[in-house]
Design a protein around this ligand. Structure first.
Ligand code: F6R
Length: 610
């Protein structure tokens, strides 16, 4: 939430910062701003709304300025207008912030008593004014920052530009992500390495409670206690093509199409098809003591959480260990029962979600082993875990998660099997059969994507509906939850997912002739139950969109409309395939309603505040 970027070197910085912000816009798009330094003077442009609105004002900045900081905002404190936009500047200091200063009211009233006048409603301006006050006492920027971090509470990654220190930028990392990129005669910082694609592949990922001083040729890091720390750089190569739309109208559609490729590359990395074995070491699992585990907790948020709901159906029976699946925001505050025999699996595309990260830290302190399933390399959750399985799905830029979700489901399937193998619960024959099922998975997912024209036709009938219900049983239940979330996020239609069996326990009261009900019906062991649920909906005049196999003639005539998915007699893999028509359903409905598919209102992709 909120993206920050900074540059210091000998090139004009405006374009570098603007393009960096474009790559960070997934973190928030309520307002944007850039401040640059030239001849010991700070110039700034800001605008409310998306970054593109800022572009027209860039010409007002001194074009050859070679130091600057920028920000794209997801509003927490104060409405998304120009005044509340970052950078916040007062005289010779400009500051950008990602996070929340939790004690800002107390600090603000203290500063107001001392005569400071505030112009914005933000918590960030309090950090700026506190910096200015302390700077007057300490005179030196780094000493000022050491004092500043003692008074701020909450989460704060800061970038600071000082007119009287033109050859230095200062950054602080606490709670929200921050990375420094090293160039030649130039250096950068950003909330995410992706912002710096094309400029460097050498990154120093700061840890919490670290401060850095960045000049064109030097980088120095200290901890909050003022001790100097060694610099550690990691090579991360992100291709710029992977961050582009490549001819698709939206990133979301591009990412839906990338799913077969994600599936096949994960299978290639983790499965030794000829030998019929799993590359368990490559999955990160060899770093864990799997024999010791007797309880598993899966923690995640949003779409990642729904993937974990599906994981329970895959990991618990294969590993023979009870799996508790929990929202990270609840788990972190409820004193869960954890000990050294617990395994906590944190699932997160970004690897930065604040609640999930907090669970990881809490569980680690309690002695549990931590395994994470993530997409973004070197993000905070993998760095805090004992072992990580990286999906390597490539950058997911559409705010609504698609390829990361199917990547997570496949990871859960493989992790369940690997645990079963290590714990001698899955025989080599069973493993061979389970891996054999994977052979056709990428092609089946591709087939599901190819049905998009049929899905689009159905969308034309329903895009004006104001409510939707999704239902499924077994591994289709989490897919119903995910289908409903996708629709809510990008089309702003109210939608809820239910287990088919739950409908009569309340939600059926909502059914009337205006209610579309999306019913997932693979021919599994609960198929007949689903058919009964559909009949119950129809008896109350609900509009049924059944989702099933192409040759399921019986199902076709029960529903009012029909969406097809390729069928596979493996419930875990069926879930991966079944979600595709639901992704397409939400996508085309959103397009027909004219919403902003890739950047839906009020959302941000990486939720780094609570
Ligand atoms: C939904 C979506 C969010 C994320 C959630 C967790 O489409 O993208 O619900 O799934 O914010 O994010 P990660 O996976 O980055 O922890």
């Amino acid at each position: 939430m909120c993206g920050i970027v900074g540059y210091i070197g000998n090139r004009s910085c405006i374009d570098i910062i603007y393009k960096g912000l474009q790559r960070l816009e997934y973190r928030g798009y309520d307002s944007a701003g850039i401040a640059v330094l030239k001849n010991n003077e700070i110039s700034m442009v800001k605008s409310e709304g998306k970054l593109a609105k800022l572009e027209a004002s860039l010409s007002k900045l001194p074009q050859d300025a070679s130091r600057g900081i920028g920000h794209t905002r997801w509003a927490t404190h104060g409405i998304p207008d120009t005044i509340n936009a970052h950078p916040h500047v007062d005289g010779s200091v400009a500051l950008v912030h990602n996070g929340i200063i939790e004690n800002y009211l107390e600090l603000k009233s203290q500063l107001q008593k001392e005569g400071v006048k505030f112009v914005s409603q933000t918590d960030t301006e309090v950090a700026l004014q506190m910096f200015i006050k302390l700077y007057k006492q300490h005179k030196d920027p780094s000493k000022t920052i050491f004092a500043l971090v003692k008074v701020l509470k909450g989460a704060f990654s800061l970038g600071i530009l000082l007119a009287d220190h033109p050859d230095e930028l200062f950054v602080v990392k606490y709670g929200s992500p921050l990375v420094i990129g090293r160039g030649q005669g130039e250096n950068f910082f950003a909330s995410d390495a992706m912002a710096l694609v094309g400029h460097t592949s050498k990154f120093c990922f700061l840890n919490d409670k670290e401060i850095a001083r960045i000049t064109p040729n030097e980088i120095e890091i200290w901890n909050f206690a003022g001790e100097s720390l060694p610099l550690q750089f990691t090579e991360v190569n992100i291709s710029s093509a992977s961050t582009e739309k490549q001819g698709f109208r939206h990133y979301m559609l591009k990412e839906i199409h990338e799913q077969p490729r994600v599936m096949s590359s994960m299978i290639k990395r983790f499965v030794n098809a000829d030998a019929g074995t799993l590359n368990i070491a490559d999955m990160g699992l060899d770093k864990l003591d799997l024999k010791r585990i007797n309880n598993i907790h899966m923690v995640a948020c949003g779409t990642a959480y729904y993937s974990a709901v599906a994981a329970k159906y895959m990991i618990e029976p294969a590993a023979g260990i009870p799996v508790n699946v929990e929202l990270a925001s609840e788990f972190r505050y409820r004193s869960p029962w954890l000990n050294r025999d617990s395994l906590v699996i944190a699932v997160s595309q970004s690897g930065e979600t604040a609640d999930t990260l907090a669970c990881v830290k809490h569980a680690k302190d309690a002695g549990a082993q931590i395994f994470s399933i993530c997409n973004v390399q070197m993000s905070s959750i993998p760095r805090a875990s004992h072992a990580t399985l990286y999906m390597e799905a490539g950058p997911e830029i559409g705010v609504a998660s698609t390829k990361a979700f199917t990547g997570m489901l496949l990871a859960h399937y493989l992790v369940g099997l690997a645990m079963g193998v290590r714990r001698n619960r899955v025989s080599s024959d069973e493993l061979k059969r389970a891996l054999n099922d994977l052979r056709n998975l990428p092609a089946l997912v591709e087939h599901a994507v190819d049905s998009k024209a049929d899905v689009e036709k159905v969308c034309a009938k329903y895009y004006e509906s104001t409510n939707f219900i999704y239902m499924g049983r077994g591994t289709s239940f989490p897919i119903a939850l995910e289908g409903a979330l996708k629709l809510k996020e990008i089309s702003y239609i109210h939608a809820e997912g239910y287990a088919g069996g739950e409908l009569k326990h309340g939600p059926i009261a909502l059914i009337d002739r205006h209610m579309p009900v999306v019913a997932l019906c693979p021919r599994d062991n609960q198929y007949e139950k689903m058919v009964s649920n559909i009949e119950e909906v129809k008896a109350r005049q609900g509009r049924v969109i059944a989702v099933g196999a192409a040759d399921d003639e019986a199902l076709k005539v029960i529903g009012h409309d029909y969406l097809v998915f390729p069928e596979i007699a493996n419930p875990a893999l069926q879930a991966i395939i079944s979600v595709v028509p639901l992704q397409l359903l939400s996508y085309y409905i959103a397009v027909m309603r004219g919403t902003d598919v890739d950047q839906p209102r009020n959302l941000a992709k990486s939720v780094t505040v609570e």
